[in-house]
Ligand binder design. Structure first.
Ligand SMILES: [Fe+2]
Length: 375
C-alpha cells in the first residue's frame, strides 16, 4: 500500500498569500511562475509576483502554456528555466499549466528528450522544486504524480509518471476560482467527482484512497449545484475545492478507470473538454462497472444521494448531471454514428485505466457504452 502526496498542502481562502512562506520553507529564492495567457489576463501572476517581491523573492512569469499542451510547450518551459537559472517553479493555472510545469521541472535537472521519459518511473532524479497553485478545481494535477503531454509528431497523448513528478507543495485557494464561469466550473468539478468515483471502484484502491474518495463524493455532489446557483458563494466554492482536492488525492494514488479511457478519445478527436467528456459517458459506464464491486457501488449511490443498491449508482449520477444541467449527448458535439467503432478502438489503448477497472471491458463493451450515449 502506498500513498504519495506533496510534502506541504495548504488549503483555504486567502492561502495564496502564503506562497512566499512555502518557498522559503523549500529553501528556494528564484522561482519562475508558469502560467497561460488566460490566467495572466486576470492579473493573478502579477498579484503573486508582488507578494513574492514583498518577501524579497525575485521571480519572473512565463505564460507560454496553451490548452492540450505538447512537447514543444514543455521544451520551451525547460528552456526558460535554464536560461534564467531559476531554482524553482510555481505552476499557476489549470491542469495543462501544471502538467507542463511538472515535466519542465524534471527535464531541467534530468536533461535529455521528454520522449525518453514517456511511461512510468523513467524519471530518475528529483526535479526543480515545484509548487502548484490551481486556478480551477477538479483536475487533481496539483497533487498527482503524472502529467499528460502530446507527442510532437503523432500528436498522441503520452503520460509521464513517477515519484519525481509529485509537486513539492500545493497551495489551494478557493478564492482564486471565484471568477470562473459556470460551464468550466461544472466540467472540471465533474472530472474531480469522477476521479473520486473511479478511485473508489479501482482495483488499486487502498484504505488511504478510500478515505479521501468517501469524503470527496458527497462534498462535490452537494457543493457543485450550490456553486452553479451562485458563483459568488465563496463557502460553496470552498466546499467544492476541498472535495476536489480530496478527489485528487484519491485519484493520484488509486488512478482512474474506464470512464477516463472512454473520455480521452472524445477530447482528442472532438475537443470535448476532459471533464465533460467523462461526464457524458459516466452513467452508462457505471451501469456496467458497478456490478464488479457491488458493495462499493451501493455505497457510492448512498454517498451521492438517496441510492441504496448497486443499480442506483448510475441513476444517482444521472440525477447529479441533470441538476447541473449537463444533458448533452455525443451527437451534440459533432460525433457521427459511424465514428463510434473507431472511438471504441481508440479507447482500448488506455490500458492502465482499463486494467484498473473492476470489470474488464472488451472493445465491444466500450462501443456499446458510446452507442448508449450517442443520441
Ligand atoms: Fe480526469
Amino acid at each position: 500500500m502506498r500513498f504519495r502526496v506533496p510534502q506541504t498542502l495548504l488549503f483555504g481562502r486567502g492561502q495564496l498569500a502564503e506562497v512566499p512562506a512555502v518557498l522559503v520553507e523549500l529553501g528556494v529564492e528564484k522561482p519562475l511562475i508558469v502560467t497561460d495567457p488566460g490566467v495572466a489576463a486576470v492579473g493573478l501572476p502579477e498579484r503573486l509576483q508582488q507578494s513574492l517581491a514583498e518577501a524579497g523573492l525575485a521571480s519572473a512569469v512565463w505564460d507560454g502554456v496553451e490548452p492540450d499542451p505538447g512537447e514543444e510547450h514543455a521544451d520551451a518551459c525547460r528552456g526558460e528555466l535554464l536560461a534564467g537559472a531559476y531554482d524553482s517553479v510555481i505552476a499557476l493555472g489549470g491542469g495543462s499549466v501544471i502538467d507542463v510545469a511538472k515535466v519542465a521541472a524534471v527535464l531541467a535537472t534530468n536533461g535529455g528528450a521528454l520522449a525518453s521519459y514517456f511511461g512510468f518511473d523513467r524519471v530518475r532524479r528529483q526535479g526543480l522544486p515545484l509548487l502548484t497553485v490551481p486556478t480551477i478545481s477538479g483536475s487533481g494535477a496539483e497533487v498527482s504524480s503524472h502529467a499528460v503531454i502530446r507527442e510532437r509528431v503523432t500528436r498522441k497523448k503520452e503520460v509521464v509518471s513517477g515519484t519525481y513528478l509529485v509537486p513539492r507543495a500545493a497551495v489551494v485557494d478557493p478564492a482564486i476560482t471565484r471568477s470562473l464561469p459556470p460551464t468550466q466550473t461544472a466540467w472540471s468539478a465533474l472530472d474531480g467527482f469522477i476521479h473520486a468515483v473511479e478511485a473508489f471502484l479501482a482495483r488499486r484502491s487502498n484504505p488511504f484512497t478510500d478515505a479521501f474518495a468517501r469524503m470527496a463524493v458527497p462534498a462535490i455532489a452537494r457543493a457543485l449545484p450550490r456553486v452553479l446557483a451562485d458563483g459568488a458563494d465563496l463557502t460553496a466554492r470552498e466546499d467544492l475545492s476541498l472535495g476536489c482536492l480530496y478527489a485528487g488525492l484519491a485519484m493520484a494514488n488509486a488512478n482512474a478507470g474506464a470512464i477516463h479511457a472512454l473520455g480521452y478519445p472524445l477530447t482528442g478527436r472532438y475537443g470535448i473538454p476532459h471533464g465533460l467528456a467523462n461526464a457524458l459517458v459516466a452513467a452508462a459506464a457505471l451501469e456496467r462497472i458497478g456490478p464488479g464491486r457491488p458493495e462499493r457501488a451501493a455505497e457510492l449511490a448512498r454517498l451521492i444521494g438517496n441510492g441504496n443498491g448497486v443499480a442506483d449508482l448510475a441513476h444517482e449520477v444521472r440525477q447529479l448531471l441533470t441538476a447541473v444541467q449537463i444533458e448533452d449527448r455525443l451527437s451534440s458535439w459533432g460525433v457521427q454514428e459511424d465514428d463510434l467503432p473507431s472511438l471504441a478502438e481508440a479507447a482500448t489503448h488506455f490500458r492502465p485505466v482499463l486494467e484498473n477497472t473492476p470489470v474488464l471491458f472488451a472493445e465491444a463493451d466500450l462501443l456499446s457504452i458510446y452507442r448508449a450515449v450517442w443520441a
